[in-house]
Design a protein around this ligand. Structure first.
Ligand code: KG4
Ligand code: ZN
Length: 347
């Protein structure tokens, strides 16, 4: 372990957010700037990789400067530069990695490329005093998987989606109802006024061994109901969203039960379930998963919403976790479109 205080700049540009943050090793977030490209992609109904890369390039320098300014620090006072080195949309990842390398070289500071998924997995330790090992569920627009987080750089994959991610299922269904990306928050809002028992929807893989997910069947069934009912009234939308959300909650809880039994068999000392990714912002899912964690003698811990969605603070924090352990990246690092978490091993 490296002693003494440490301040890291973290850059995130692997999807549609250009984000930069400054974080110290006492878990203080000195700045956390997120510039969303939401408006750039809106006309296309989804993230367009080429537009994303160009927008990152346009904004990144400004966002870096803003993050430093808000932290009231200069680059000379930073102890290292961390960046999401993948997985993600490669154009954006390249922009972030090049910026991070440039800053690190210019100021002779450590360069720390981090795995974007690992940054999500470690965020709980930035927001809360959590020790290893813990069970981790990542639920976002592109990811849906359970892992055991054993240590920094040491992950055991338990199961994940065999088709769509849960966020994708929420977004595509919201779109059929006539709502723009991101659909998850809209569905949560509409669900509040609806009857969760109005529609019976399928719960793929529920009760089956392992903790894989499948959402394509649910997505198709939802589509059928929306088209059949012609999506006419607001009470239909509320009832449908409430039922849809309840069904996803049921799936998440069933899979989490299985994930717990797999994880506890391997690591009986696990007493935390950490959920991160954009979908973790959903209050109803949080309540379902909290009850499931309690059943398993564990506590559900979710980072604050601003740290659940893509941000630079989680990247800076992952950089701190690595640098504290004496790990520095190489300037030869190549941006990675794919980078499975379980392939990491630094011990
Ligand atoms: O982690 P994230 O910001 O981006 C990546 O996909 O990497 O996650 C975005 C996803 C979208 O699918 C969005 O609909 C979903 O998170 N989401 C929610 C909520 N807020 C965001 N899903 C359900 N309820 C929410 N409140
Ligand atoms: Zn993410």
């Amino acid at each position: 372990m490296v002693e003494g205080s440490m301040i890291i700049l973290g850059i995130e540009s692997s999807c549609d957010e250009t984000a930069v943050a400054v974080v110290d090793d006492e878990r203080n977030i000195l700045s956390n700037i997120v510039s969303s490209q939401y408006q750039d992609h809106k006309p296309f109904g989804g993230v367009v990789p080429e537009i994303a890369a160009r927008a990152h390039l346009t904004h990144i320098e400004l966002i870096v400067n803003k993050a430093l300014e808000e932290a009231d620090l200069t680059l000379d006072e930073i102890d290292g530069v961390a960046v999401s080195g993948g997985p993600g949309l490669i154009g954006g990842v390249i922009v972030g990695v090049m910026m991070a390398k440039g800053l690190a070289i210019a100021k002779s500071k450590p360069f720390i490329p981090v795995n974007h998924l690992e940054a999500h997995a470690l965020t709980a330790r930035l927001a809360h005093d959590i020790s290893f090992p813990y069970l981790f569920l990542l639920v976002s627009g592109g990811h849906c998987q359970f892992l055991i987080v054993e240590e920094v750089g040491d992950y055991t994959y338990l199961g994940g989606t065999i088709d769509d991610a849960v966020g994708e299922c929420l977004d595509k269904t919201a779109r059929l109802l006539g709502y723009a990306y991101p659909g998850g928050p809209t569905i949560e809002k509409l669900a509040m006024k609806g009857n969760p028992d109005a529609f019976l929807l399928p719960t793929p893989l529920k009760g089956q061994v392992g903790c894989s997910f499948s959402f394509s069947g649910l997505k198709t069934a939802a589509r059928k109901v929306i088209l059949e009912k012609k999506n006419t009234t607001s009470s239909f939308q509320a009832d449908f969203c409430a039922s849809f959300q309840k069904t996803i909650g049921e799936i998440l809880v069933d899979r989490a039960r299985h994930a717990f039994s797999m994880a506890l068999e391997k690591k009986p000392e696990i007493n935390n379930l950490i959920v991160a990714g954009g979908v973790a912002a959903n209050q109803y899912f949080r309540e379902c998963l909290a009850a499931c964690a309690q059943e398993n003698g564990a506590l559900l811990v979710t980072p604050p919403v601003s740290l659940c969605t893509d941000n630079g603070a989680m990247v800076a924090w992952a950089g701190i976790e690595y640098l504290k352990r004496g790990f520095e990246g190489s300037l030869d690092f190549t941006p990675r479109p794919r980078w499975p978490l379980e392939s990491l091993k630094v011990k």
